[in-house]
Design a protein around this ligand. Structure first.
Ligand SMILES: C[S@@+](CC[C@H](N)C(=O)[O-])C[C@H]1O[C@@H](n2cnc3c(N)ncnc32)[C@H](O)[C@@H]1O
Length: 305
């Protein structure tokens, strides 16, 4: 993979000031590009200009051309609100190396190349991806991936698509997978909801899991939450009948919202809060919350029809 291809994976979605046409009101894009081709640090796309050397020396992988992810977002007049905040990322050398080595084999991009194998109907071809026919699990937002790896290692009969928006998490999970020698996980980079909308066939998932999705605590940000009626209906439609939607949070008010949304969906059976099931290890984010005195809530819902 060439460096600009790795770099192109860094920029997804919108942010404050994001306009439907992909440009901020002040003429900048969230990745620091301007309409006239200059970056915020004063460097030019061709690597010349003020700041270019400094930026390279602190280890940024620069976007050497607008990524397909940005073009994709810009092409959609009313792109949905993201459930994550795009961040500019400084990636250490080890993680850059991991991406270069492992992403082509174990990773795929939701929007850019290398993409994923598709069936004739354009949907993701999990059999071609994993080289076998097995129940498929989607994990949204694995973070740094420790829980993903532990669960996949204990459940080798199922395949896992772990889709994370932020590159350091993608890189970390790739390394963990390689260390564990696991072949039943593929790591997607990008917005999992875009992948689900565009490329996951209805009824094709055995389980969807989202552990400790960003709580977006401010009221004006609640519309960015992952667990809300429209997203839940979308995810439920991709589950097989009898498949499971498993969510967990340590944010009490979000837990109440999750309960309300899952129990209100007429095609889901949700018995209410449950204790953490033994097959779900404590996640990194959960452990951080527990240290602050937060209690976790799990919710499992089954697709009824
Ligand atoms: C609060 S962290 C929790 C990480 C991990 N599950 C844990 O419990 O330690 C939420 C993660 O979800 C990711 N995320 C949020 N929305 C996403 C989306 N639509 N697609 C992919 N990843 C997403 C964020 O990048 C972040 O890494």
């Amino acid at each position: 993979m060439r460096s600009h291809e790795v770099a192109a994976m860094f920029v997804v979605g919108g942010g404050p000031g994001w306009r439907p046409d992909g440009w901020r009101r002040d003429g900048w894009r969230p990745d620091g590009w301007r309409r006239d081709g200059w970056r915020r640090d004063g460097s030019r796309p061709d690597g010349t200009g003020r700041g270019a050397t400094r930026v390279r020396s602190v280890g940024w992988l620069l976007v050497s051309q607008p990524s397909d992810a940005l073009r994709h977002a810009a092409a959609r007049p009313h792109a949905p609100l993201r459930t994550f905040h795009p961040r500019r990322i400084a990636l250490g050398k080890d993680r850059q190396d991991a991406l270069r080595r492992l992403f082509p084999e174990l990773g795929f991009s939701v929007h850019d190349e290398p993409a994923f194998p598709r069936r004739a109907d354009g949907k993701l071809d999990a059999e071609a991806m994993f080289g076998r026919h097995a129940p498929l699990v989607l994990e949204i937002g694995p973070g740094m991936g420790e829980t993903t790896v532990a669960m996949a290692a204990a459940d080798l009969a199922r395949d896992v698509l772990a889709v994370e928006a932020h590159v350091p998490g993608v890189a970390n999970l790739l390394v963990l997978l390689q260390d564990a020698g696991l072949t039943n996980v593929r790591v997607g980079h990008g917005d999992a909801l875009d992948l689900v909308r565009d490329a996951i066939a209805p009824g094709s998932l055995d389980e969807v899991r989202a552990y400790f999705p960003d709580p977006w605590p401010k009221t004006r940000h609640h519309k960015r939450r992952l667990v809300q009626p429209a997203h839940v209906a979308l995810l439920r439609s991709r589950l097989r009948v009898g498949g499971t939607l498993h969510v967990a949070t340590d944010w009490a008010e979000y837990a109440d919202q999750m309960l309300e949304v899952l129990t209100a969906d007429p095609d889901l059976d949700c018995a209410g809060f449950s204790a953490r099931p033994p097959h779900r290890p404590v996640t990194k984010f959960e452990a951080r919350g527990a240290a602050l005195g937060h209690a976790s809530h799990d919710l499992l819902a089954t697709r009824l029809r």
